[in-house]
Write a protein that binds this ligand. Structure first.
Ligand code: UDP
Length: 256
């Protein structure tokens, strides 16, 4: 869809070699293109899962922008001599997109996260209230929590379309959120759809983002593990990911 960009290749998956500024430039481009573009934000867990899950692989292939949202991918890129300039997190890109929409008078729809975000609001509603207060002119044209049945999806898609939003942020966790976007891409009237994981929780104030120290040292994963110890099972995949990267490098060196 968009012009040629440099990509990093890892086990058949392409990741855009963009920094945050370049990612925003692509976002603006996608907002002007016909159809619903999809932005994906893989980390090493997702890349590992995609090497075993055809649907995940297909959706990463079909994405219009694939940003490296994980320090593991940045390390892997350096080991494999296809250096990524920096980690570009989904939450930062989504936040910058909201700031841009506020200036352009375009609106966004928040789909996902828990129905109870406090003060009688869902997490999505609370996040909307806070973001509208932060960015003057921002309109969150609709919200829906992330706990719905497959039968409700068509109605939710209609609601999103009727809201007139240009951007759809989906917080259902990965890969649920990406699969939702892929399933409904053809019927969605938004210009860009993007999965944002726990971002609505962070914006609503129900989940704390890692402090600067952890972010600067690539330790956001450690902070999240401390906050949500039940994530340890998912994180066990990280050392396996690094081992697989090193094996891949060894094979390349030996010409296999
Ligand atoms: N979530 C949801 N519906 C579900 C499962 C999860 O709305 O069926 C929400 C959950 O409340 C949380 C987000 O999706 O707000 C998941 O975030 P997580 O931090 O697990 O994202 P990941 O790290 O998997 O991208």
């Amino acid at each position: 869809m968009t012009g040629k960009r440099e990509k990093m290749q890892l086990w058949g998956i392409s990741i855009d070699r963009v920094n945050r500024r370049e990612a925003m430039a692509v976002f603006h481009q996608l907002m002007d293109e016909p159809g619903c573009s999809m932005i994906v934000t893989p980390n090493s867990e997702i890349v590992m899962a995609a090497s075993k899950d055809e649907e995940m692989k297909a959706l990463l292939d079909e994405a219009d922008l694939t940003i490296p949202d994980g320090i593991g991918l940045v390390y892997a890129s350096k080991i494999l001599k296809q250096p990524l300039t920096e980690r570009v997190t989904g939450i930062d890109l989504a936040d910058a997109a909201l700031a841009a929409l506020a200036k352009e008078g375009k609106s966004v729809y928040f789909l996902g996260s828990k129905p109870d975000g406090g003060e009688g609001m869902s997490v999505a509603q609370m996040a909307a209230r806070r973001k509208e207060a932060e960015y003057e002119g921002l309109v969150v044209s609709g919200t829906h929590d992330g706990y719905f049945s497959p039968e409700e999806e068509e109605r939710i898609v209609r609601e999103i379309n009727d809201s007139g939003a240009s951007l759809l942020l989906v917080a259902l966790g990965s890969p649920k959120q990406e699969k939702f976007i892929r399933r409904h891409r053809g019927e969605l009237n938004v210009k860009v759809a993007m999965g944002v994981g726990g971002s609505l929780d962070v914006w609503a104030g129900t989940l704390k983002r890692a402090p600067e120290f952890y972010r600067k040292h690539g330790l956001e994963w450690l902070y999240r593990l401390i906050q949500e110890p039940s994530r340890y099972k998912r994180m066990a995949v990280l050392p396996l990911f690094m081992i697989k990267v090193i094996v891949t490098k060894g094979r390349k060196k030996n010409g296999n």
